[in-house]
Design a protein. Sequence first.
Length: 119
Amino acid sequence: MQLKINGKEIAAYPSNFSVTPLDLDDGDATVRTADGTLNRDRVAVKRQIDMTFGVLTWAEISSVLKAMSGVFFDFYYPDPMTGKYETKSMYVGNRPSPAAVSKNGQILWNGLKVTLTER
């Protein structure tokens, strides 16, 4: 598997990687009738990608986070729906980095989680 941000290979690969196709509906035109029937106006199908990383060095986590620091960035990944590698313009939400430990004078981080959402 290859993952790239703005054309550069990601500094570290996630231990968990999940792609979710998301349906986006028109908020005004998508309604349920009194009998419960859904009238739906889907306007787009976007991707959401969840990644969780194992143990990362300080340099690795810094590189991953900096690569995603732009408001939007291009992300290259394998897409299960299209059956090929895709490049999508994405943005990142919260990026919790829950655990840091010092080992032999180096700080290690474990459990970075990121959610990328297609623009």
